[in-house]
Design a protein around this ligand. Structure first.
Ligand SMILES: C[S@@+](CC[C@H](N)C(=O)[O-])C[C@H]1O[C@@H](n2cnc3c(N)ncnc32)[C@H](O)[C@@H]1O
Length: 262
């Protein structure tokens, strides 16, 4: 089995172990060569004329998991949840959109308009190209926000970011595994921004890690933040977002549904 694509295929269908197909991937996504983020799709999954391509392993890893089944499973789970609460012809903001894990499923609703915002430029550049055919309704914006983990050379502290979208323009704001990377002042600022850009009656979907030691409220760094759930709801209320529902645990993160009052 000499050719690389053949070895990859053999590994995919279980004929050989993945370790025989390719050298092991680097330990963390930060160790990938920068150019690998721009590989346009999985070599084994070629571009289709009307399909949204699959981002490279490296790019998927930067958004939480390189594993393709997990990438698709998480994206579909979020799309199922969010879609349950959307009006007809919805307008959705995906804050911390990564490389389109959710967007690729929301895209299946032809009436849905979408803006994805992220501070990790390779993801935004990739998404713009991947969704080029739908750019009238799917838009991707980069903000040069600073994060030790995702954009250490960013020019703007998150607390100074004004989201580059229409105020009061969104039926839903989705934050999948974003607040799990925001320090407390950044989280407070973004809750205010979410309230600002939601329509009255619009909803926010926010996932959290909630494993705080007794007595602690907000712990960790931009690699992983845990927050006390009750304290987080207090921060939401202070920003003008009402608690509507605890939607459960999705792939290890608690998801809260919040609403901007009418
Ligand atoms: C774990 S990934 C999740 C990405 C995406 N929501 C998903 O589920 O695939 C976290 C994302 O949040 C982005 N991010 C981190 N801090 C941010 C900030 N202050 N503003 C916008 N995006 C941010 C990162 O660049 C990264 O793409």
């Amino acid at each position: 089995m000499n050719s690389k694509p053949l070895r990859a295929l053999a590994a995919r269908v279980g004929l050989i172990r993945p370790s025989e197909a390719e050298p092991p991937p680097p330990a963390t996504w930060r160790d990938f060569p920068r150019e690998s983020l721009h590989h346009f799709d999985e070599p084994a999954l070629p571009l289709q004329p009307y399909g949204v391509p699959v981002p490279s392993y490296a790019l998927r890893t930067s958004a939480g998991t390189g594993d393709l089944a997990m990438f698709l499973g998480i994206g579909e789970a979020w799309a199922q949840i969010v879609s349950r609460f959307l009006p007809e012809a919805p307008v959705v903001l995906d804050l911390g959109c990564g490389c389109g894990k959710l967007a690729r499923f929301l895209h299946l609703n032809p009436a849905l308009r979408y803006v994805g915002v992220d501070i990790f430029l390779p993801s935004i550049l990739w998404c713009r190209r991947a969704f080029e055919g739908s750019k009238d309704r799917f838009r991707f914006e980069h903000v040069d926000g600073r994060s030790v983990t995702y954009n250490p050379d960013g020019a703007i502290p998150t607390t100074a970011i004004s989201l580059p979208v229409e105020p009061g323009g969104f039926d839903a704001v989705v934050c999948g595994s974003l607040f799990t990377h925001l320090l407390e002042p950044d989280a407070v600022h973004y809750l205010g921004e979410i309230a600002r850009v939601l329509k009255p009656g619009g909803r926010a979907f926010i996932s959290l890690h909630v494993d705080v030691p007794p007595g602690a409220r907000f712990v960790g760094d931009e690699d992983r933040i845990d927050v006390d759930e009750g304290y987080f709801l207090d921060l939401c209320a202070a920003a003008g977002l009402e608690d509507e529902q605890r939607l459960g645990v999705v792939y290890g993160q608690v998801v809260r549904l919040l609403r901007k009052p009418r």
